[in-house]
Design a protein around this ligand. Structure first.
Ligand code: ZN
Length: 421
């Protein structure tokens, strides 16, 4: 036995009862189901969690590692919109060098790890401006951090596939040289027919590589954006149910009730996973609205009510879209709770589930959780419950990756004051 965590308050899901017991790890995996009895063992190390909440590693399902930290050396996004954010990147992207991308991405990966994230899915731009350099840079960062972070890379044609000359060829190449998932941004084409073709090309590539699909969908206030419906229809047509994810889907919030309900029913039939990115979209959307301004995020509660997997992602870290971000799922979870009106005790638990079990399902992890044989990833939080962890943005006391302690925090707070009697 390599490592035992005693008195772990194991977070297992929304409806699971609180349970405190012991976790056993060896060779990078949980070697036994969580146990009530502490078996005598020759473990190399034992950590007493003292009843603190233990999570099987947070999962960050939607981030852009290639763009992180570029706001340090580009002009400001004056309109605050998605369009201007994309435009500003063009010039910076032409100057991209693989090493500096790897360095910026590496900073973000370590920040995520310190916050208890042990798995990441990152989109990387694929277009005729930066070519495959963003992919090469993030792949290099992934190589450097391979023993502490699992990273999936999505080939992301942010400039469109038809609209951006050469992007289709680059998408095929990206999948050949190391991308895992086929991305997309179908609304960023000139005509709805081109958006449909954009999605078809993604399916052609996904089928050739037996890959999942994860697209940026209708990230706009324009309720005329209807590519979520197209994506759901094609998912069913191609038999790719359960293998497709749609991020952002801001326009869905603005549809009239009948159309929104019809699209949600289709999303459910297509078993599409949804990711909301409230930090970025609260910042970007509704910029041209008169008061009251729209909240900018998708219909989270309506999707959850239909049993659809809904997770959330950080999306942006200090880039042209969003000036903040430190890949802290507790921070983005708290923003999600506010933005999606999730305030009941059950809903707060649901928020916590979105960054753990649900996010793991969204990005297709098969070794996530505490069962025997699952990867021994673990975060011990300075909190006793999910609600407390979100409320106080709990300290991550210990972060364990594949059975190895990677981050440990020892904070002592001494009070030099006592309340008056
Ligand atoms: Zn994104």
């Amino acid at each position: 036995m390599d490592l035992i965590i005693k008195n772990a308050n194991v977070w297992r899901g929304v409806d699971a009862k609180p349970w405190i017991g012991h976790l056993y790890m060896a060779d990078g995996c949980f070697v036994a189901p969580p146990a009530d009895d502490l078996a005598p063992s020759d473990a190399v190390e034992t950590i007493d969690a003292m009843g603190c909440l233990c999570v099987a590693g947070f999962v960050e399902p939607h981030i852009h590692l290639d763009k992180a930290h570029i706001n340090e050396d580009v002009r400001a996004n004056v309109s605050g919109t998605l369009d201007e954010a994309i435009e500003i990147i063009w010039e910076r992207k032409r100057a991209y060098v693989v090493e500096e991308i790897a360095e910026r991405a590496g900073r973000v990966i370590r920040s995520a790890l310190a916050n208890g994230v042990t798995r990441i899915r990152s989109h990387v731009d694929v277009d005729n401006i930066g070519g495959l350099r963003p992919l090469e840079g993030v792949a290099e960062a992934r190589r450097r951090h391979r023993d502490v972070m699992d990273i999936q890379i999505v080939a992301f044609p942010q400039e469109g596939i038809l609209k951006n000359k050469g992007a289709e060829k680059l998408m095929w190449q990206a999948m050949e040289v190391g991308a895992d998932v086929v991305g997309g941004m179908p609304f960023n084409e000139k005509h709805p027919q081109d958006s449909a073709r954009h999605i078809s090309i993604a399916f052609e590539i996904a089928k050739a590589f037996d890959a999942d699909i994860d697209m940026h969908v209708d990230e706009t206030d324009d309720v005329g954006a209807r590519t979520l419906e197209m994506l759901a229809e094609q998912t069913i047509e191609h038999g790719w149910q359960g293998r497709v994810t749609a991020g952002h889907t801001c326009a869905l919030a603005g549809y009239d009730e009948d159309y929104a309900n019809a699209v949600i029913a289709l999303v459910r039939e297509a078993e599409i996973h949804m990711i909301t990115n409230p930090a970025t979209n609260l910042m970007l959307q509704g910029r041209f609205d008169a008061q009251p301004k729209r909240r900018g995020i998708t219909r989270v509660k309506e999707l959850l009510a239909e049993g659809i997997n809904v997770s959330f992602g950080q999306d942006c870290v200090k880039d042209t879209f969003y000036p903040f971000g430190r890949v802290d799922p507790l921070e983005v979870g708290l923003i999600t709770a506010h933005a999606a009106h999730m305030s009941l005790p059950q809903e707060v638990e649901q928020v916590f589930d979105m960054q753990t079990n649900v996010a793991a399902r969204v990005i297709g992890l098969v070794d996530y959780g505490f069962a025997q044989g699952c990867a021994a990833d673990l975060v011990i939080l300075d909190a006793k419950s999910a609600g407390e962890a979100l409320c106080k943005q709990a300290t991550r006391n210990t972060v364990i990756k594949a059975g190895r302690v990677i981050v440990e925090r020892k904070i002592q707070q001494d009070w030099r004051w006592t309340p008056a009697k």
